[in-house]
Design a protein around this ligand. Structure first.
Ligand code: ADP
Length: 192
């Protein structure tokens, strides 16, 4: 199963991706996690990305594509993946199609987790307290939501127009959201 997870910051992509990974036995590729690992390692790429991420802007398409190509060159992605945090703009959506085409692959579904803005802000405030992520301060959250509306929402529309979009309600208990996703994309793998 090859999945692309879409949704605003705080929509639960990361949480659900971790569960999907176990359930579907495919790797979870989170561009946010890959970037945070570079920042933590203090690599040249990490040094470049650090400030951009902290203010809630998008890291350059070039850096992301390089990182993604590198990740997709590993064997474990051959039989599937859950891509979380990419694509975030239309250029990245085109780059993803090209990358997958070069590997002889196509994704099976783009799943959008929908959560209303008010809840998003509440969830991110909660996460800021729990995890202390550098980009969960109010200013950066505002910026990330704005970037989502301006740059990532068009990706959702693009996939909708191409009949590749599956919309899943992201509100409710984690288990309920997870069940909705599985029922939408792989009903044969639903449990219970
Ligand atoms: P969230 O979606 O909750 O904001 P992520 O962990 O997915 O968090 O991403 C954190 C930050 O990493 C983003 O705000 C952005 O700066 C950077 N980032 C992640 N994925 C991408 C991407 N595909 N393109 C550009 N920047 C990205």
């Amino acid at each position: 199963m090859r999945l692309v997870l879409l949704g605003a910051p705080g929509s639960g992509k990361g949480t659900q991706a971790a569960r999907l990974k176990e359930h579907l036995q495919v790797p979870h590729i989170s561009t946010g996690d890959l970037l945070r690992a570079e920042v933590a390692a203090g690599s040249p790429l990490g040094l470049q990305a650090k400030e951009v991420m902290a203010r809630g802007d998008l890291v350059s398409d070039e850096i992301l594509l390089g990182m993604l190509k590198d990740r997709f060159s590993r064997d474990d992605t051959r039989n599937g993946f859950i891509l979380d945090g990419y694509p975030r703009n239309l250029a990245q959506a085109a780059a993803l199609d090209d990358l997958l085409a070069s590997l002889g692959q196509k994704f099976d579904a783009a799943v959008q987790l929908t959560v209303d803005n008010e809840q998003i802000v509440e969830r991110l405030a909660g996460r800021a307290k729990a995890e202390g992520r550098a980009d969960d301060n109010p200013e950066s959250v505002r910026k990330r939501l704005q970037v989502y509306d301006q740059q990532t929402a068009p990706v959702v529309e693009f996939y909708r127009q191409h009949g590749q979009l599956t919309v899943v309600d992201g509100v409710g208990p984690l288990d309920a959201v997870f069940t909705r996703i599985i029922e939408a994309i792989a009903p044969e793998k639903a449990v219970g």
